[in-house]
Design a protein around this ligand. Structure first.
Ligand SMILES: Nc1ncnc2c1ncn2[C@@H]1O[C@H](COP(=O)(O)OP(=O)(O)OP(=O)(O)O)[C@@H](O)[C@H]1O
Ligand SMILES: [Mg+2]
Length: 373
């Protein structure tokens, strides 16, 4: 079992409010990823669950049991941190087997478990070496192996892949996904890498400045970001965001900005104007010859191999467009772009929350055309 709950947890370091009244309920067997910019409180949250630090207020529960005051060694959690602390005088095999030896398992059980996990992480050839004789990536995998060798209630991992090169990182990512699929143990996993978050998580908790801004499946966060912060954080390049006015025109709502006029597919019975931030993902803009919604000028074209990233200006707004390669886009040329109404996200200009979840949903809400979701 491995349900982890945080109830109104806050953590202050002097004047720094690292976590502000956080509620979080992680179901048994979830792969929950804490994602967010540097300093938002990810490691603080993980260290609180591990018991390495104490909350200033609030409670932490493991399988419905209050563990707020339980020492780390009694929490049945396996931890892997960015700075892997291996025992320098012990061989790789002894390092990996350490958690089992300290729990007094038999020699045979330890040897078999170490061999199995070493084979999974491609460490079998290195079992006799000392940590000093390993590369950074190999050491990281030994730290992972040491966490994986026993059967904990949950794994806590703080950027465990950050020291690996791109190829090994991607391979180890697959190993962890496979491991989770096989054993079904709860993972609480910290990263600031959105590719890791999108590919590994059953749910992502996107943090900002000590609070959870949005929690949901990777698709939910990507498709229906609840604020401009979430919209601007996920995606590479992120969602195009620009100031626009939503106004009625010929019985339909339009999002309008210099060089931009996108019909939103929502009936309008008034001409009142709502200032908004509009958002469109780079892959949701199509280059067209006629019937354009955006008239822009191409600034630069980036070749990404399979695709091109076309950077344009519509009025003063910079926009990025992702199109199949090769395209006809050339720097300095005018460009016409079309957008589906369903692909336009609208956010409140002052406070940033999402204004409607989908055009399908909007007609049911009679009266004012825009709602804070
Ligand atoms: N021991 C400490 N003493 C004082 N302030 C701290 C301490 N640990 C963390 N902080 C502060 O708390 C805030 C959250 O830090 P935390 O390490 O949780 O961020 P993070 O999201 O893990 O960032 P990163 O991605 O850079 O690892 C930061 O402002 C940090 O400076
Ligand atoms: Mg951290």
């Amino acid at each position: 079992m491995g349900r982890i709950q945080l109830e109104s947890v806050s953590k202050k370091y002097g004047k720094t409010h690292a976590l502000k009244d956080v509620d979080l309920d992680i179901a048994d067997g979830e792969f929950l990823v804490l994602l967010g910019p540097s300093g938002c409180g990810k490691s603080t949250l993980l260290r609180l669950v591990a018991g390495l630090i104490q909350p200033s207020s609030g409670r932490i529960l493991l399988d419905d049991k209050d563990i707020t005051a339980t020492p780390p060694r009694n929490r049945d959690l396996a931890m892997v941190f960015q700075s892997y602390a291996l025992y320098p005088h012990l061989s790789v095999a002894k390092n990996i087997g350490f958690p089992l030896r300290s729990r007094k398992f038999s020699r045979t059980v330890i040897a078999n478990s170490v061999a199995a996990v070493a084979s999974t992480l491609d460490l079998s050839e290195l079992l006799d070496r000392r940590p000093a004789e390993l590369s950074g990536g190999q050491r990281q995998r030994v730290a992972l192996a040491r966490a994986m060798v026993r059967d904990p209630g949950a794994f806590l991992m703080d950027e465990p892949l950050s020291n690996l090169d791109a190829k090994l990182r991607s391979a180890t990512r697959s190993e962890l996904i496979e491991l989770h699929r096989r054993i079904g143990t709860t993972f609480l996993y910290v990263t600031h890498d959105q590719v890791e978050a999108m590919t590994m998580a059953t749910r992502i908790a996107l943090m900002d400045n000590g609070h959870i801004e949005q929690i949901g499946t990777p698709a939910e966060l990507y498709d229906t970001p609840r604020s401009t912060f979430v919209a601007g954080f996920l995606g590479a390049p992120p969602m195009n965001l620009f100031d626009a006015i939503v106004t009625g025109c010929r019985g339909e709502l339009h999002a309008v900005a210099p060089g931009i006029d996108i019909p939103l597919g929502i009936e309008a019975d008034s001409h009142s104007e709502h200032p908004v931030v509009a958002g469109i993902r780079p892959e949701k803009m199509q280059i067209v010859d006629t019937q354009a919604h955006v008239e822009a000028v191409i600034a630069t074209v980036e070749n990404l191999g399979s695709e091109e990233l076309v950077h344009v200006r519509a009025g003063a707004n910079p926009l990025s467009i992702r199109v199949p390669r090769p395209s006809t886009a050339r720097a300095g040329a005018p460009i016409s772009i079309r957008v589906n109404p369903a692909d336009v996200h609208l956010f409140d200009r002052d406070s940033g929350p999402r204004l409607r979840w989908s055009p399908e949903e909007a007609p049911a809400r009679t009266g004012t055309p825009l709602y804070v979701a």
